[in-house]
Design a protein. Sequence first.
Lengths: 863, 227
Amino acid sequence: MTGPAFVATMARREARGQMRRLWPFVAAVAVGVGALVAINSFTENLEDTVRDQAQALLGADLSFSSSRPFPERADALLAELGREAGGARSARVTSFSAMAYAVGSPGSRLVQVAAVEPGYPFYGRIETNPPGEWDRLGAGHTALVDPSLLVALDARVGDTLALGEARFQIKGAVTNVPGDVGVRAAFGPRVFIPAAFLDETRLLVFGSRARYETFMNLEAPAKAQALADRYRPRLAAQRVNTRTVSEDERSVRESMGDLGRYLGLVSLVAVLLGGLGVASAVHAFVKRRMETIAVLRCLGASAGRVFAIYLIEAAAMGILGSLAGAALGLAVQRLLPRLLRDFLPVDVRLSPSWSALAVGLAVGAVVAVLFSLLPLLGVRDVSPLVLLRRSFDPPARGRRDPWKAVALLTLAAGVVGLAALQTRSLRAGAVFGGVIGLVLLALWLAASGLARAARRFVPGGWPYVWRQGLANLHRPANQTVAVLLALGFGAFLLDTLFLVQHNLLRELRPGGSEAKPNLVLFDIQPGQRASVATAARESGFTMTVPVPIVPMRILSVKGVSATTLLARPPAPERARAAGPTPWTIRREYRSTYRDTATSSEKLIAGAAWRKGEWRARPGGGPGQPPLPISLESGVAEELGVAIGDEIVWDVQGLPLTTRVAGLRQVEWARFEPNFFVVFPEGPLDEAPQTFLTLTRIDDPSARARFQRRIVESLPNVTAVDLSQIQQAVEGIVGRVALAIRFLALFSLGAGAAVLAGAVAASRQQRLRESALLKALGATRAQVLRVATAEYAALGGLAALAAAALSAAAAWAVVRYFFEAPFVLPGPPLLAMGLGVVALAVTVGLLSSAEALRRPPLEVLRFE
Amino acid sequence: MSLLRCASLTKTYSSGGRELTVLSNITFELEAGAFVAILGPSGSGKSTLLGLLAGLDRPSAGDVHLDGVALGELSEDGRARVRGEKVGFVFQSFHLIPTLTAMENVQVPLELRGLAARDRARELLERVGLGKRGHHFPAQLSGGEQQRVAVARAFSHAPRIVFADEPTGNLDAATGATVIDLMAEMNRALATTLVLVTHDPELAARARRVIRLADGAVVADTGAVPA
């Protein structure tokens, strides 16, 4: 039998009857691979579905959009484009927010109105209940609504819906709109009406925000991309954005790709935890096989050959675990669409992805081998002398063991490689690997520190059972590191998720002691301010001083006209030096004027003007000094402007020259009127403008009644109940958190396998120790207290380390990714920590159960 | 001619910051085919001496030559190779590999050297009276049967020397006697040098030469006796 044949044969023989002991290994790999296969397979299905339904997602060959009605020049360009395509059909859709109510039912709701022309969508079908109502939408004053609106307004099909000054009969509910994301309905249910009756609503008045779209179906769809590329610059100069099917598909795939990448990272964490489980199980396995290893060494096997035997066994277990994981992943894949339904623009068609299966199988085997390397290197240290003397301790190898360094580097490279594979980015993979490495290093340091502290600082006066339990933390072959890594890493993940979610929700919730407004009224015309004030006074409420909103557009930035800036060809990644990003030039700015700052903003550069400084002072016009403005820091960066730069605005046909005098940092997450641009009081007092005002009404029914009064008497005024928005946001965040927690279950499962392996590693030692204690006279309660002391210390330190690490990680994510303030919630974090301690103690007590069951002599003789 | 030669063999351990001398200046030679007992009470250093003679450990001072090979100059893997070729072992606790059948346990030393193993293993199991138990695992065998399998394994690759460390320590008297008879018979038949480590003077008396150890030093040596 040749060398490799002997190694393979011994590996097969050694695996006999070991499955019961190796289940933590197989389970650890299976859970990780299951998560990976489920998510990768689902992501691939999602991409395929988006690709197949790309045309239906856009609903046309080309779409054109603007935040203002298309100017004549834009219409002429579209007509020319259609002729060049050999003919085209088009349909316009105007979308905007408005308040709606059902006649005869109380209450009102903020809705997203879409006024559609016949023909839309040219691809895909909008499904309704009753079926077929979409095709009949243009026949009269009819509307189709989201099912959630019927519930919210306590209305049914056949009732009359009031939209502004027009009335529509609800003909049915819209059950499926291609490309629609379910969570959108949380902010405002959709209402579809015929475009012919839009003007009748009188909702689009001065200052109203709307999105104007034209969808085009070409006789020659193949020409769409070329035509789009040719007409895009000229249309952009008219502030009309062009979009093709492939661009829309790419955009959807990119946002779904972000989701897929995030989910991929979560699955990768499960895989890595599975790797830790493998390392833990291999460590335990090697300890149990120490005698066999010593016999093989005694009989003449080299260290390398023995290492190879167990490495093959690890690889075989990895493949077995991967197969089990692949089956698990395919089963879980069926659950993901249900879990993520509200966030997906398509109904995903599920099918097994062979590439995802292959990747999962390969990753499982690779992880099993990678994470086995370090513990398997320990077989080199098993001396045949243990056969002569059980208590033989081999001399330490010394700090520098090149093979351990090689194994560590291989492991690190493997982790980075896996992360890069999942995120499709080497940089992201390196960052992820670095963060995981840091966390594990910190946990390892904490474990070493605990062992050292237990050796040094346990007072002699403590009861014996506590001293014995704590002594187990630093005894030879202790499991402090393995258990702390398992518990600590799992707790770190869950704590981090919780802290991020808590801080995000906190930002959106009204403060405890402050009475923050919960009803906002906007699109108030100048002549309606008195009516609003009267309605509030008669209802017994006070409104805040109305905030003016002046719509305007950019004419030029630093002397370069908007037309020139918009006519530049689009670049996927525009460098800052290339100029402002197009959206900052194209958009309509809703600016305000005031001489004081609000509580949600902070001046971070430049200087503010004095109160009243510009009230009677001319500025902004031809021959006049430029008006100072304060810009939000983010939009200033996008515009590429700094303090002192000049921007010329078009305020309803009047050019106004301004100079950037200050930059502000704004807390956008707060529900307060925040603005990109603030002017001084005075120069814009007479400019065309609308107003916004706020109030707080604690009683929900009083709030609803006031809303209804405003909607009926002033239909163009939008009255938004902020508590409903907050509920909607919390609901969405809650659903996201649910999806994340479901996937975190995989990490928990892998963590449980790690814990089981770590506990199994010390099984024999624990049995003997408990048997000895019992033989010396310890009661069962005393034996259990010893285990409690040890595992309480482990759980306590794991909880503490996890809390500290998760606080740092969550702070970084909340501050730099979400740009929100961070607060550490003490009581919930403490509760989670106590949960970790309870879990650890439970595991410790369960692991001692066998020792309590068996007679001491039996254990001492046979174990 | 000497098969095994040790000169000025010394072994010290560090324990609690102090040096502990377990063996001190051991010197003797063993001829091929000899049957030698190393006798001494617990703590006399006999297991340590066995470990050094078999190449399982390195001396602190002195040297060991086994069949012309200086063990001290070899790496751990080098000594493993020498063991695989020239040395057999029988342990007090049998130390059979639990996941291998009796037949497979006996085959391992031959398989490690890439030699055909099955027929030889079957022959040896027959010789030790376990021809029909080859497919049983160690857990299915009695203590005496396990030790007989261990004896078969020790002789399977025709080693030059077999070391037996308290081979009857875990057996009753009758079974122990059977095992010793077996080893002695194979020593005569195969001319394999047999070194028996024991604390039992009666057992040691079965050997043709007795080297007595006390406190890490040789205190008596009956010398080689012609076979």
